[in-house]
Design a protein around this ligand. Structure first.
Ligand code: SF4
Ligand code: SF4
Ligand code: SF4
Length: 326
């Protein structure tokens, strides 16, 4: 390792691993990154231990890319440790940025999740009804596990975050641009989302097919209709979150003839992506009266999961109301 190169760390919290893969997706460009920086911590890919990180001087890592939401005590502890060791922290991917898909678990509680996972699924064989415990005694020794919390949080709910790399997972170009900007010291103001502040519709090559007066008489799911590959999804009666979603993802879903699900999160002007889309969508529903609106809305399968698929923990709602919130 050379002392003159900036030191970089990658870490995952409550994550599917896709954001770690997004680094590998840099392909041959990863060689340029590796040549320009020293990767000093990346436990998924290389054999680093927590004690290696603890031994580094505070502030000695130029930038830590942290993906995944915060669901367990260990993840919050690691986020604080990386924050202390790093000049910059980047929330890498939708889960760290907004809470992401694992954040949909905020519609349930820890006990409901444990009940399903450890007792009720068809593949579970758990005759002793065991559940993970934060502390247990085995042969006179105390064993500990990270504590599983009721609520998933975005990274900035537990530490100060300098920048956000949006997307599930972030597009390779966004990652490369972010690394280049950091290396060249050409970063935008602290707190910026490192992607253009335009909507997905602005970038979409189907935007011109959206009628000036767009109305939706019937809501269909993608598999219920033979989707025209050139026409706006909303004009085909299929929910597309493009109007409420930040651009810069390369319109990957749309090019695959699937509607946008909102993984890039909202633009800077929007506080709550789900509420923004609901309000836009309500204005295009063609209904004569309230009963007709109710009938149309009832045809949306899992509305909360559709409108808040990536953003529930960072939305105004944050989670389903419960007695004790941690
Ligand atoms: S943002 Fe998407 S790819 Fe990244 S960890 Fe979350 S679910 Fe996985
Ligand atoms: S609603 Fe979807 S398909 Fe239509 S223009 Fe916007 S992003 Fe494209
Ligand atoms: S089209 Fe929407 S869901 Fe798909 S990658 Fe882009 S922002 Fe994410």
């Amino acid at each position: 390792m050379s002392d003159s190169k900036p030191k970089v760390a990658f870490y995952w919290c409550s994550s599917c691993g896709g954001c770690e893969e997004s680094i590998v997706d840099l392909g041959a460009d990863i060689l340029k990154v590796v040549a320009a920086v020293d990767i000093v911590y990346w436990p998924v890919a290389l054999d680093f231990k927590k004690k290696d990180l603890e031994a580094m001087p505070d502030g000695s890592i130029a930038v830590s890319f942290i993906n995944g939401g915060i669901r367990m005590s260990e993840q919050e502890e690691m986020a604080h440790l990386l924050r202390r060791k790093s000049g910059l922290v980047v929330a890498h991917g939708a889960c760290a940025h907004l809470g992401g898909i694992p954040g949909l678990a905020n519609f349930w509680t820890k006990s409901a999740i444990f009940d399903t996972v450890y007792h009720k699924t068809f593949s579970t064989a758990n005759p002793s009804k065991a559940e993970p415990l934060a502390k247990s005694m085995v042969d006179g020794h105390e064993l500990t596990l990270p504590e599983f919390w009721d609520t998933v949080k975005p990274l900035d709910a537990v530490i100060d975050v300098d920048y956000y790399l949006p997307g599930c997972a972030p597009h390779r170009d966004l990652i490369l641009n972010a690394v280049t900007a950091i290396l060249e010291g050409k970063l935008p103001p602290k707190g910026a989302v490192l992607s253009p502040n335009t909507s997905c519709c602005d970038d979409c090559d189907r935007n011109e097919t959206k009628p000036e007066k767009l109305t939706v008489k019937e809501i269909k799911r993608p598999y219920e209709v033979l989707l025209d590959p050139k026409t706006c999804f909303l004009a085909q009666g299929v929910i597309c979150l493009g109007p409420a979603t930040r651009g810069g993802c390369g319109e990957r879903c749309i090019h695959g003839n699937m509607p946008c699900r909102g993984c890039m999160g909202p633009t800077d002007q929007v506080r709550d992506q789900g509420a923004k889309f609901l309000s836009a969508f309500a204005s295009i529903l063609e209904a004569k009266d309230e009963a007709e609106v109710d009938r149309l809305v009832d045809t949306i399968v899992d509305p909360a999961g559709t409108f808040y698929r990536f953003s529930l923990p960072s939305s105004i709602l944050k989670r389903k109301k419960m007695e004790v919130v941690r």
